[in-house]
Structures are given as structure tokens and as C-alpha cells.
Design a binder for this molecule. Structure first.
Ligand code: TRP
Length: 369
């Protein structure tokens, strides 16, 4: 069983316990969950269900928080296309953290990254996509007084001097070992991780004092933050704490793929398109109805089930019933998909309304220099 998880490629059968070991993460245990629950008053389903499954330094972050040293949140998006539901998932969790901990959020749009790493996108395109993606961020309901969104190319005067400080302390050999660069990699790619490190300490630079940082992200981004954690203390800043999620699986089985439109549901898809994608999805079902009724299905490999678990069935009792009925052959895949399509359609209609409204609010969130 082989797999690959890098910021630019996720493939194969993911073994998350091996990822924890290889990346040097800590699994989120019961004690940490209780600690988060104590402050938040509840646990988000994404935590309770192990979708956010690992972390670094969360206990340190909460020690600081308990001493009155509040943290800020930092996350981001590489604007290489429209936003799909798998992108929204960590942002939904980030919004919950903002609400529960009253934290500021710095949201980075890496239009530079997606330009230097792409052989098809021009800078004008990644910039335009960053604005499209920002609408989805805003539509999720982040607090406009506590949230700053910026494009790297539009905030460069502020970011660049700080990126230089990181870059000077990062050797090519470390970047190469961490990201697998070769002699054919362009130098923009090699430099880029320095830019992604900056928001983890920029608020400390601006305020002139150290502020703890928490970065929620899907686990493929981890290499960037291993580097950031190594270098920030050398600049006199805290190592950023972080919390990592697994991925929402692709509808065709395996991962979501930008080149396979039907493997993901985009926030810009109409309800009918979304329904079609869901009805055609791979499932954990059997070859025939008869066999499924007799032997039941396998929800653990089923993307439809994971959509429910991660986003569309927050009620634990309902989810337990679904698992039971699926395993016992009481529910067939067609019915299960239909029900999900209804929930996804409701979500999309609502999200798209909010997305429209976000167009006139962009300036309340975007910072430039
Ligand atoms: N590189 C990320 C991507 O390709 C975007 C990003 C920038 C990011 N800063 C981040 C993601 C911080 C998570 C956390 O999507």
C-alpha cells in the first residue's frame, strides 16, 4: 500500500497513522478534546469524529490562552480553481474556532504559489480565482471585524521583507529534502514556502509583541509548517501551533481531483449538477440489491458516507443509525445518495445566496498595501 501526501500531490491509499508518524504529529486525544470542550462549551463534530485528527502544540496554545494570552488563527487557500466542498470543510472548522475563542483570522490567498507551480495558469487567472475563492470564505460567516483576507501579490510590500527573513534561514538542501525539488524546479517554487510562513508571525511583527498562532489545515500542507516551526524561533517568534484534518474523499473513489470535475462538488455548481455528481458517485455498496440486502455495505470506503460524516449529518444519533442501516443492508445506495443530494442542494442554494451578498462586502475583508 503506497501513498503520497505533499502540498502539490495527494495520491494512493492514505494511511493516516503512518502520516502522523512520518510527519511527527500528535494525535488529538481525549484529554485534549476535553480541554477544548471546556473553553468552547461544546465539541465541533469535526473534532469529535476525528476529522481534525492531529496537532502540534495545542496544549501549549491552551496554556497561553488560559493565562490570557489570546491566539490568532491563520489559514489559507491556493487559488487554482473554484472552491469545492473539501476546501470548505477546514474553513468551517476555522470559523468555529474564531467564534468560540474570539480569535482574529488571517487568511492568505497564495496567487503567487499557484502561478509558479502551474503550467497552465497565468498570474491574472490565479488572482481572479483568489477573488472568487474569497467570496466562499466570506459566505461562511467569518466576523468582518476579526478577519483579514489578502492576496500575496497585493500585500507584497508588507509580506516581502518578512519572507526574506525566513528565506535567508532556509537552505536549498532543506527545501529540497522537504518538498522534493529538483534541478528543474523553478526558483519561484523554491522560494515560495518563505511566503507561506509569514502570516504565522506577521501579527506579532505588526503588534510588536509575540502573539500565539494556531493554523488549521488539511494535512498535505504540513511540510510548509514544519519549516516555519523550525525557522520562526530563530527570528524570535513562537512556533505556530497547528491542527490537521484528513481529506474529504473524491466522489469517484480515491482523492478529489481538479482534472476530474465529477470527483468534487464545487460551491458554484447548481443543485442539479451536484445531484448528478452524487448519483453517479462510487459507493461502498454491493453489486446487486439482493447481495446488499443480504450482506450489507461497507460505509468506511464510501464517499457518500464521508460527506455525511464530515459535513451533512451533524447529529450523532442519525449518523449511528445510518452506519447501522448501511452495514445491515437496510438502506440501499440510491436512497442514501438521494437524501444526501437534497441536503447538498439546500446547502448550495443557501451558500450561493451568501456568496452573492459577499460581493459587496469584499472590501471589508480584503487588505492590501
Ligand atoms: N498552500 C495552500 C494551498 O495550496 C494555501 C495556504 C497558504 C494555506 N497558507 C495556508 C493553507 C495556511 C492552510 C494554511 O491550498
Amino acid at each position: 500500500m503506497t501513498f503520497k501526501v505533499t502540498p502539490w500531490e495527494v495520491s494512493g491509499d492514505l494511511d493516516y497513522s503512518k502520516i502522523v508518524k512520518d510527519f511527527g504529529l500528535e494525535v488529538i486525544n481525549e484529554a485534549l478534546m476535553r480541554r477544548i470542550e471546556k473553553h468552547a462549551g461544546e465539541l465541533h463534530p469535526l473534532l469529535k469524529r476525528g476529522i481534525f485528527f492531529a496537532h502540534r502544540d495545542m496544549n501549549w496554545l491552551l496554556d497561553q490562552y488560559e493565562k490570557g494570552n489570546k491566539f490568532f488563527l491563520y489559514t489559507g487557500r491556493g487559488p487554482s480553481g473554484h472552491t469545492h466542498l473539501g476546501h470548505l470543510m477546514p474553513w468551517i472548522f476555522t470559523k468555529w474556532l474564531q467564534d468560540k475563542f474570539g480569535a482574529d483570522l488571517w487568511f492568505q490567498m497564495t496567487d503567487d504559489e499557484k502561478y509558479v507551480f502551474s503550467d497552465r495558469l497565468e498570474l491574472e487567472q490565479t488572482k481572479k480565482l483568489a477573488y472568487e475563492n474569497a467570496l466562499d470564505v466570506i459566505a461562511l460567516g467569518f466576523d468582518e471585524k476579526k478577519t483579514k483576507i489578502f492576496l500575496d501579490t497585493e500585500y507584497a510590500k508588507t509580506l516581502y521583507p518578512q519572507a526574506l527573513k525566513v528565506a535567508k534561514r532556509l537552505t536549498f538542501s532543506t527545501a529540497k529534502a522537504t518538498f522534493g525539488f529538483t534541478n528543474e524546479s523553478n526558483v519561484g517554487e523554491i522560494f515560495f514556502t518563505s511566503v507561506q510562513a509569514v502570516p504565522a508571525f506577521l501579527p506579532s511583527v505588526i503588534k510588536g509583541k509575540n502573539i500565539p498562532c494556531l493554523i488549521p489545515y488539511a494535512v498535505d500542507q504540513d511540510p510548509h509548517f514544519r519549516i516555519a516551526r523550525d525557522i520562526l524561533p530563530k527570528l524570535g517568534y513562537y512556533k505556530p501551533a497547528s491542527i490537521q484534518s484528513i481529506f474529504l474523499p473524491g466522489l469517484k473513489g480515491g482523492k478529489m481531483s481538479a482534472s476530474e470535475e465529477n470527483s468534487a462538488i464545487y460551491t458554484t455548481d447548481g443543485p442539479e449538477t451536484a445531484k448528478k455528481k452524487l448519483m453517479n458517485a462510487f459507493t461502498g455498496g454491493r453489486d446487486s440489491i439482493k447481495e446488499q440486502k443480504e450482506k450489507g455495505a461497507n460505509y468506511s470506503i464510501c464517499p457518500i458516507y464521508h460527506y455525511y460524516k464530515q459535513m451533512f449529518m451533524p447529529d450523532d444519533k442519525e449518523l449511528a443509525e445510518l452506519e447501522h442501516d448501511c452495514k445491515g443492508g437496510k438502506i440501499l445506495c440510491g436512497e442514501c445518495k438521494q437524501k444526501l443530494a437534497g441536503r447538498v442542494a439546500d446547502f448550495l442554494v443557501d451558500h450561493q445566496k451568501k456568496r452573492e451578498k459577499a460581493k459587496s462586502r469584499l472590501d471589508k475583508f480584503l487588505i492590501r498595501d
